[in-house]
Design a protein around this ligand. Structure first.
Ligand SMILES: [Zn+2]
Length: 722
């Protein structure tokens, strides 16, 4: 029983799950998200605001394993939001038969399409009025979702296991409800099962009633509001065991209870023993367990992973090994009680607010056990690039794909380094407190972290949450001996597509046995940093040695042509070619020495592109242009030798008939005759008697963009850059 609790110390780290193991647990039994199966009407129902605000569901549910059948009545008490509400849509899959819909003793009319019940109310209701009606129904739940409701068996004697997993939009598979995560309500669950079985649900068990018909009713009560997707049942011939959790904020001990297959009892007692230490740890870190007046525990069900049902996580039977192998899943589902159950995502686009947070909580538990090195190792298990879509909206990518789990965890890890540990964990506690028992969005979380840290985080969230990609760093270093000591110069370039990432980057300078770490703010695609002096010459430099940034990084050798230890423009500018320096535009001058014509801080091949209008102006080198008719003409300019051999000029012969007197070079009065040659020497000479002028302009050596219109009105283009 290795390292199952707080205080296990900093033993050599056990291995975190690999990317593949994590993926297998998540998807083995559920496959990719079946979210597309939700009807258009269901999805339309999710648009805010809802027509009503449900206050309470009272669910009477009879589970009949021998018939794989449910018989239920759900009473819905809701406050009206939409003025003049005369009809109401309630979700329930079409295959479930409706026995009656009653308001008091009065039947309400209804129609059914697309897994929705369209109920005609007895009258129009004003905003703020209460609706109170009951739906009785029966049937065998459809096989859909991630196993929204299943009748199965387990063990050598094929005992029944009946369980639900409604995430994300499958609660109406087995009970009628307004199925939106932002309409939380109080739920009473009266769960009727054969007397040989135990029925587990959310909240506190208020009573167990033995019925004369050979069934038992388990009356579960929740005082905390709950989202419909977190309402659950799990029914089997469970063996049960438990202990108590002592709240970190004081107060009465809370029951921690587990319902497991009898054949798994011994192994489950090992595996689930980590629950209470994790409750203590997370409560200390995030604020008290949100449902401390009720319970926490697990009910085993036939699934590859776990599901964070409020106060009663459903835990996959395959995870019971008796080896603590899946402590990380216990941690994940427990952390969801804060991140998902108490603070619930505002809508299903924002699953990273649930899954990214629960996943990072796994890493925090690992850090608690194994320290900084354990945390760093664990984070590498979340590097499942490439990531699809953005965190803010996975779009066509899987709502429950690895992006929202793994990149979500990484974004929190990076945010922690941006704002610092103190502000990060205080921010998490503030977020958990401010949005407890409610719903939150990405902007809500950003606002809390900004107010807690005092930092503007728009750039961070925009780049990491609302856009795709990660930084690709190319970096190198040199060192110069100065009177103050050795100054290490580091150049960091970002070569990924899109906008630069603005991130703090740790640079560790190693000098023999000693080292010093400096955090620099890298905010541009090409940036130089001079680090604080060290007493002796650096032997190596490490970029982000503790792995705080999700990135790619390669090193480069910086040129130091003048051997002063400082990689600067003096090294090989203006004329000396340094083969160690990148030369994208092939002008035999390192790019660092090239002009940055387009102002993108990247002196590179694109600077020769004529997108820059200034490149189309008459060259400053032209000092004079003399035009005369007849056979004599002359063209005088003063080419700047510093511009180098790569500079070409374009000379046009122009009809002088429309020349505006004294308009000079580039006059709009010139009409091009279409003689367009790259070099002055190739201009054909005019015939005697011609009237003409010459235009000379700087020709772009290469690159995309416009060179203006030719005499025939068509676009003139430059050649492609090498
Ligand atoms: Zn999760």
């Amino acid at each position: 029983m290795a390292a199952t609790g707080a205080g296990a110390g900093k033993a050599s780290p056990r291995r975190p799950p690999t990317v593949e193991e994590r993926r297998k647990v998540r998807f083995d039994e559920r496959g990719p998200s079946a979210g597309a199966a939700a009807s258009a009407l269901q999805l339309a129902m999710l648009a805010p605001p809802g027509p009503v605000d449900v206050q309470r569901y009272t669910i009477d549910l009879k589970v009949i394993p021998s018939l794989t059948r449910l018989e239920g009545t759900v009473r819905i008490q809701a406050r009206v939001v939409s003025a003049g509400l005369a009809t109401l849509d309630v979700g329930l899959y079409d295959n479930m038969a409706i026995v009656s819909i009653l308001k008091g003793a009065t039947p309400l009319g209804f129609a059914r399409t697309a897994n929705m019940i369209h109920i005609t109310l007895d009258r129009a209701y004003a905003t703020g009025e209460m609706l109170d009606f009951s739906i009785s129904y029966a049937g065998t739940p459809a096989a859909t979702g991630f196993g929204a409701f299943t009748f199965r068996t387990h063990g050598p004697t094929a005992q029944p296991i009946i369980s639900s997993l409604s995430e994300d939009v499958y609660a109406p598979v087995w009970w009628p409800c307004i199925d939106r995560p932002d309409d939380k309500a109080i739920v009473d669950m009266n769960l009727n099962v054969p007397s040989s079985l135990t029925g587990v649900s959310n909240g506190t068990l208020a009573a167990t009633i033995n019925n004369p018909d050979g069934t038992k009713t388990f009356q579960w009560r929740s005082a905390y509001p709950i989202s419909t997707y977190l309402v659950s049942v799990a029914v089997s011939n469970y063996a049960t065991f438990g202990s108590t959790y002592t709240p970190v904020t004081g107060g009465a001990p809370m029951p921690v209870q587990h319902w497991v297959y009898p054949e798994h009892l011994a192994a489950a007692q090992v595996d689930l023993s980590v629950t209470v230490p994790q409750l203590t740890f997370f409560s200390g870190l995030f604020g008290e367990y949100p449902f401390v007046n009720e319970k926490y525990g697990h009910a085993i069900f036939p699934f590859g992973g776990g599901m964070e049902h409020q106060t009663a996580t459903s835990y996959g039977s395959n995870l019971i090994k008796g080896t603590n192998q899946y402590d990380w899943i216990v941690a994940h589902e427990l952390a969801h009680q804060w991140w998902g159950d108490s603070v619930t995502l505002g809508d299903w686009k924002q699953t990273w607010l649930n899954e990214g947070f629960a996943s990072y909580s796994e890493a925090l538990w690992w850090e608690h056990l194994y320290g900084a090195a354990g945390l760093q190792t664990y984070m590498t298990s979340f590097d499942s690039r490439p990531f699809c879509g953005t965190l803010a909206d996975p779009g066509t990518c899987d709502t429950f794909g690895h992006t929202v789990y793994d990149k979500g965890a990484w974004v929190l890890h990076m945010l922690r380094h941006v704002v610092g540990d103190t502000a990060f964990f205080q921010g998490l506690r503030n977020y958990a407190f401010d949005y407890a028992y409610s719903n939150a969005t990405t902007p809500d979380f950003k606002a809390v972290m900004e107010s807690t840290s005092g930092l503007a985080l728009t750039s961070f969230f925009n780049r990491w949450v609302y856009q795709q990609g990660e930084p690709s760093y190319r970096w190198g270093w040199t060192a110069a001996s100065t009177p103050a000591g050795w100054v290490t110069h580091v150049r960091i370039e970002q070569t990924q597509p899109g906008a630069p990432f603005e991130m703090p980057i740790d640079l560790r300078v190693v000098t023999g046995a000693a080292s010093a770490t400096t955090t620099v703010w890298n905010t541009a695609v090409n940036q130089d940093f001079a680090l604080p002096p060290t007493a002796s010459a650096p032997t190596s430099v490490q970029l982000d040695p503790q792995g705080w940034v999700l990135k790619s990084a390669i090193t480069m050798t910086l040129s130091d042509g003048d051997a002063d230890g400082v990689p600067d423009s003096a090294d090989n500018c203006p004329a000396g070619f340094n083969p160690a320096q990148e030369d994208l535009d092939g002008d035999m001058l390192g790019d660092a020495c090239d002009p940055d014509i387009d102002g993108d801080q990247r002196p590179n091949g694109s600077d020769c592109a004529p997108a820059d209008p200034s490149a189309q102006d008459p060259p400053t080198e032209v000092t004079g242009l003399q035009v005369s008719g007849g056979a004599v003409c002359s063209l005088v300019w003063d080419p700047d030798p510093a511009q180098g051999a790569g500079l070409l000029f374009e000379v046009l012969r122009v009809d002088a008939s429309s020349l505006v007197p004294n308009a000079g070079v580039g006059s709009a009065g010139c009409r091009e005759l279409g003689l367009d040659v790259p070099l002055f020497a190739e201009v054909s000479q005019p015939s005697a008697g011609d009237a003409f002028c010459f235009l000379v302009r700087k020709r772009n050596a290469c690159g995309p963009g416009s060179l203006g219109l030719g005499s025939d009105g068509s676009q003139r283009t430059s050649t492609a850059c090498p």
